[in-house]
Design a binder for this molecule. Structure first.
Ligand SMILES: NC(=O)c1ccc[n+]([C@@H]2O[C@H](COP(=O)([O-])OP(=O)(O)OC[C@H]3O[C@@H](n4cnc5c(N)ncnc54)[C@H](OP(=O)(O)O)[C@@H]3O)[C@@H](O)[C@H]2O)c1
Length: 290
């Protein structure tokens, strides 16, 4: 999408919580957008307005729709998506009839399928709807996100606009062609930060038992994680080669890696990611019920 077309786009957020703040906070550096959000909590609205003075806050979703935004990002908890959608249905329907367009709808609610959203909105087959699965590093501009675009309703320009918006909080954007793969994205990158926190916690504790102070052990662990991740990202070599390169025969790394392999770390991570994928499917069934 060309810079001129981004000019004066109105981006609305339904829900002004953590994820909305992460995206809004990044977007308000760019003066081309008009940014609005709805949020029932007065304290939260006041906080957001104080922190981001150019952003407009409203107490209800109807007010936000009256502005006729070009994009609506749904950033509420999954369990209230249905009620939010049913509330907005008639206004979106009127807008479709009178103005002939529906804004680009972007949902970040975990576990809510586009089938459920389309069913609740009941606005026909050509709904411009995109579903995202971001992760918490988005809160510091380091997110990874998987995106699924509903066929027929989403244009190439919608995708470009979505990438422009997500680019402020995510360093990696993957488009997936089958919606069920959102469960795989959830299992790998959505829940992934927790796996690394757990591994780093265990490394820090082991470092302390080996004689380091807690602070030293944490700093060494965290920087090692960042350094390895950067090497994995920047090197042209694959992960296996990178590992072999730091694993000299009969050396210290080999001794450690052998223990990890005997302990079946690959199987453990495979089982963990499968468990997250299954749970993601179960939650989708639970939240998506009519
Ligand atoms: N945080 C993450 O890392 C992450 C990652 C992937 C996906 N997500 C998804 O992102 C969505 C938002 O997560 P979050 O962590 O930002 O949650 P959050 O901080 O709880 O934000 C949700 C906000 O929506 C407000 N809200 C409640 N009812 C509303 C309504 N009817 N209309 C408008 N706003 C309403 C809530 O206000 P009250 O608190 O007053 O109820 C709250 O401020 C969730 O669906 C989650 O699955 C989050």
């Amino acid at each position: 999408m060309r810079a001129k077309e981004l000019q004066s786009l109105t981006i609305a957020f339904v829900g002004g919580g953590n994820m909305a703040e992460a995206i809004l906070g990044g977007l308000c550096q760019d003066t081309r957008y008009r940014l609005v959000f709805s949020e029932p909590s007065r304290d939260r609205r006041d906080y957001m307005k104080q922190r981001y003075p150019t952003v407009e806050g409203y107490s209800n979703n109807e007010q936000v729709l009256q502005i006729l935004p070009h994009v609506i990002i749904f950033a509420v908890k999954p369990q209230i998506m249905k009620v939010v959608m049913l509330d907005l249905q008639s206004r979106l329907h009127d807008q479709q009839q009178q103005l002939g367009f529906i804004p680009l709808l972007i949902s970040i609610a975990a576990g809510i399928s586009t089938t459920s959203i389309r069913h609740w909105l009941n606005l026909g087959d050509k709904l411009p709807l995109i579903r995202l699965m971001p992760n918490t590093p988005a809160l510091i501009g380091e997110g990874a996100v998987g995106c699924y675009a509903v066929p027929h309703g989403v244009t190439a320009d919608h995708r470009l606009l979505t990438e422009a918006l997500l680019g402020v909080v995510c360093k990696h954007i993957s488009w997936i062609e089958k919606e069920h793969l959102i469960d795989a994205v959830t299992a790998v990158s959505g829940s992934g930060p927790a796996y690394y926190f757990l591994i780093m916690e265990a490394m820090q504790n082991a470092g302390v038992e080996a004689g380091l102070s807690s602070e030293e052990a944490k700093a060494l662990t965290v920087q090692t994680c960042i350094g390895a991740a950067k090497m994995a990202m920047e090197s042209e070599e694959d992960l296996v080669t990178l590992r072999h390169k730091v694993t000299s025969p009969k050396g210290t790394t080999e001794a450690a890696v052998k223990v990890l392999e005997i302990g079946n770390i690959r199987h453990i991570l495979h089982s963990a990611i499968s468990a997250a994928q299954i749970r993601s499917r179960e939650l989708a069934e639970e939240f998506g019920k009519d």
